[in-house]
Design a protein around this ligand. Structure first.
Ligand code: UDP
Length: 225
């Protein structure tokens, strides 16, 4: 299969890129043809023996680089749609165990390590298109790792990007940015595969899962300044 791994790394987040890619070289979908799609505003010089496509994006201040990720992917529709599957990972992550065919499915979501099988913290402002009503059942997914068939993933990217545009016109930014919109999307379009928090395991957390993809402890205040 042709699998695209999407990652955004602008400004200070570039420091995470090479270790992330090296860990993906070692553990991510070893038996498939992988292309790393790296979205950055800087000149990127990455060592890997896999295909790499560097895509130029403009850096915008927090929280745009996370909130705007689906617009960025939607804008690369033509190139990304050539892949069979697309997966997205935050760049401040490291693979630390084999990740393979178990993740291949149409719409793939990852249980949030802080709220697995729980409701979590969805947007509750009825004026936001990310809003989840109190009477709606949900479990909370992490924005840090998701994916699916390229067709389904790009459909999701288009929908979330449009919804965020509309929220912005109404001066609304959902509580957890793109993650809130993704959670709304997965209520309306349920995942066909739910991955455990092994795939978004917070560094230093004590949860009953074996880590496969670890989100690195970082100083958000410093990184977002
Ligand atoms: N990001 C980036 N540059 C920025 C801010 C964010 O490249 O200035 C990207 C990066 O891939 C990061 C992701 O957006 O992993 C999500 O941001 P962050 O990890 O800070 O969000 P959190 O998961 O901590 O809410």
């Amino acid at each position: 299969m042709k699998i695209g791994l999407l990652v955004i790394a602008t400004n200070k987040y570039l420091q995470f890129l090479q270790p992330f890619i090296s860990s993906a070289d070692e553990w991510f979908c070893k038996n498939h043809e992988i292309t790393y799609f790296i979205f950055s505003n800087e000149k990127v010089n990455i060592k890997s023996n896999r295909n790499i496509k560097i895509k130029k994006v403009e850096h915008k201040p927090w929280p745009w680089m996370t909130l705007g990720r689906y617009k960025i992917f939607h804008e690369s529709f033509e190139e990304l749609s050539k892949m069979d599957y697309l997966y997205y990972s935050d760049v401040d992550m490291r693979f630390c165990d084999f990740v393979g065919d178990e993740i291949l499915s149409q719409r793939v979501a990852t249980q949030h390590p802080g709220y697995f099988e729980r409701r979590g913290t969805p947007e509750t402002n009825p004026l936001s298109l990310a809003c989840v009503r109190y009477d709606e059942k949900m479990q909370y997914f992490a924005g840090g790792f998701n994916g699916g068939s390229s067709e389904e993933y790009l459909k999701m990217a288009k929908c979330i990007s449009n919804n965020i545009d509309i929220d912005m016109l109404n001066n609304i930014i959902a509580i957890w940015h793109d993650e809130s919109h993704m959670n709304r999307y997965f209520i309306d379009n349920p995942p066909t595969k739910i991955l455990s928090p092994s795939y978004c395991y917070g560094e230093g957390m004590k949860i009953p899962f074996r880590p496969k993809l670890i989100s690195i402890d970082k100083n958000n205040a410093e990184l977002h300044s």
